[in-house]
Design a protein around this ligand. Structure first.
Ligand code: SF4
Length: 81
């Protein structure tokens, strides 16, 4: 399941720097996660890095993008990562 950034976001930018797939960008007014690039950090880290660093717990599972671990691994490969 990709993650999403909810409206608790304080736009600190901590998440953008730690994402291994460059899925996060500064939106207006909040940061956004591009679901097509988020692999929930599978293959990179044990925990989702954006959720780990977010000071207000704004990086949460996106119910509109449910994916299995296998699907996330395939997604990572398709991204060439
Ligand atoms: Fe990037 Fe990982 Fe957060 Fe997905 S869960 S947006 S891959 S840091």
């Amino acid at each position: 399941m990709a993650l999403m950034i909810n409206d608790e976001c304080v736009a600190c930018g901590e998440c953008e720097a730690v994402c291994p797939t460059q899925a996060i960008s500064e939106g207006d007014p909040l940061y956004v996660i591009e679901a097509a690039r988020c692999v929930e950090c599978v293959g990179f880290h044990d925990e989702s890095q954006c959720a780990e660093v977010c000071p207000v717990d704004a990086c949460v599972p996106d119910p509109d993008h449910e994916e299995s671990q296998e699907q996330l691994k395939t997604k990572k490969e398709k991204l060439g990562l």
